[in-house]
Design a protein around this ligand. Structure first.
Ligand code: CA
Length: 498
């Protein structure tokens, strides 16, 4: 081969290699997690709801794979989100129960979490919506300065989040490392220890509130609604609850538009349908169920807007969309919003018992839909899958390597998530807030151990008793012993992943 031909061949093979790399980059899907808050299994049309219409979620289900045994890892917000992003059971780490609004970051930054794993594989990563995983390093946080560590240190290139929850102060958005809209002469101060003298509270203002409280939620007042925690200042930065869903959705769409030419990961964690439920006026009265039903319609509309944006950007076909929720339903969660009185025949948890704050099926079995038109065949799957497995499964999908200490409880169940296998998790561990009680499900059997349960645990056979009404522990001591031993193993080993 003469020199010119050699160079030509080398150039050609480099070009071929580059093309194949580009091809492989292009065939990796974008990943969008649509994460609702406190949405129950039965709250969506595709799982049987009739009193509330969810046409966009139902469309996603028709075009994708709907799971009937898709679980969140815990029965409350913070631990579920912790496990989804870190791939670790939250009970392993102290202080992973529902966090106050001024809590420090609890997600470990000395190893790779889900966004960091995807980032290593070349993904642009964004978090929009509810965070509730703490901000700052545990020193008193100055909300008027750069706020860190936070989403960036966990692996998100971009973030637009509320610090904690809608019912906790501060009621402001944090974009990347700064509170949005603060003005210099009105600094924001936050306290979870004592009120600021002279500031109105949910007690002093009770007769003038937009939405009355039923328990707690009577400290600082923002937008006519009592919250948990006190604050002073920062008034120009305060959100208006009615606009929150639209704001988050717009930020989610902008993130996808900005990153349309490279693979991206969007963690879109809407505030709906957590309390206080204050949907935009165009959704108020959309159902007969009051604000809780109307907030479901608002969430569905956000899903529609995000799916439409994917379509408009030409990205629908090669985007893996996963829709789920962080824990099961709750009716009265501290505000008098009619959720109990106006429920009618609606079954928020579908056929299951329990909801938020329980490890009964209603607490952790969630709406769970996977859509990826380029690869996933539409249908229904009864494989047991959990959000704790996103780290290992999505890493396997994009070719990211887990280090030994990354995502210690995350299993690769990618074939089940993509509908290529009917086998998901062989066993599933669920926890309540703070790690107690714990439940272990294996096949038709489920054992719950911890406070409120007789020793050695409450055993249900889900095949005969999906509503978890009959404790059959006394009839099956060998099953109780087997499941109890598995729970103890999970508790005592630092890592359940192979
Ligand atoms: Ca929640």
């Amino acid at each position: 081969m003469d020199r010119r031909n050699f160079l030509g061949a080398a150039g050609l093979s480099a070009a071929t290699l580059l093309a194949s790399r580009l091809h492989s980059a292009e065939t990796r899907p974008n990943i969008v997690i649509l994460y609702a808050d406190d949405l129950g299994y039965g709250d969506v049309g595709c799982n049987g709801a009739v009193a509330v219409k969810t046409p966009n979620i139902d469309r996603l289900a028709r075009q994708g794979l709907r799971f009937t045994a898709g679980h969140c890892p815990a029965a409350t917000c913070t631990p579920s989100r912790y496990s989804l992003l870190s791939g670790e059971y939250a009970f392993r780490r102290r202080g992973t129960g529902v966090l106050p609004g001024d809590a420090a970051l609890i997600v470990p930054t000395d190893r790779s979490n889900l966004p960091a794993l995807l980032k290593q594989a070349g993904y642009a990563t964004g978090a929009v919506g509810k965070w509730h995983l703490g901000l700052g390093d545990g020193q008193t946080l100055d909300w008027n300065a750069e706020i860190k560590p936070g989403p960036r240190e966990v692996g998100f290139d971009y973030s637009f989040v509320m610090a904690a929850t809608g019912d906790r102060v501060p009621c402001v958005f944090v974009e990347n490392q700064r509170v949005v809209g603060l003005v210099a002469d009105d600094p924001l101060q936050v306290s979870y220890k004592q009120p600021f003298p002279g500031e109105p509270t949910g007690v002093s203002e009770r007769d003038h509130l937009k939405m009355d409280w039923s328990a707690g939620h009577n400290m600082g007042v923002v937008n006519g609604i009592g919250r948990i925690g006190w604050y002073r200042g920062g008034r120009a930065a305060q959100w208006k609850d009615e606009d929150m869903a639209d704001t988050f959705t717009a930020k989610g769409v902008e993130f996808m538009e900005r990153n349309r030419t490279k693979p991206f990961f969007l963690y879109f964690a809407t505030h709906d349908i957590h309390v206080p439920r204050v949907p935009h006026p165009r959704f108020q009265g959309a159902t007969t169920m009051g604000p809780r039903g109307d907030a479901i319609v608002e969430f569905d509309a956000c899903v529609g807007t995000l799916l439409d944006a994917l379509e408009r950007l030409g990205l629908s076909d090669n985007t893996l969309v996963i829709l789920s929720s962080d824990n099961g339903p709750v009716l009265d969660d501290g505000y008098r919003d009619g959720a109990v009185e106006k429920l009618g025949d609606h079954k928020p948890a579908g056929p299951f018992r329990g909801g938020k704050y329980t490890v009964l099926e209603g607490g952790t079995r969630e709406p769970f839909i996977v859509r990826w038109p380029a690869r996933v065949k539409p249908g229904v799957s009864d494989a047991v899958v959990s959000q704790v497995d996103f780290c290992a499964s999505l890493s396997a999908l994009v070719g990211a390597k887990l280090a030994d200490n990354d995502a210690p409880d995350s299993l690769n169940v990618l074939p089940a998530l993509l509908g290529e296998s009917r086998t998901g998790r062989e066993w599933l561990l669920s926890q309540n807030n703070g790690g107690n009680p714990l439940a272990l499900k294996r096949g038709d059997w489920k054992l719950i151990v911890g406070p409120g349960h007789p020793k050695p645990g409450t055993l249900y056979n889900l095949k005969d008793d999906i509503g978890e009404t009959r404790n059959v522990a006394a009839d099956h001591p060998e099953i109780v012993a087997e499941l109890a031993a598995k729970i103890e193993w999970c508790r005592n080993t630092p890592k359940t992943r192979p």
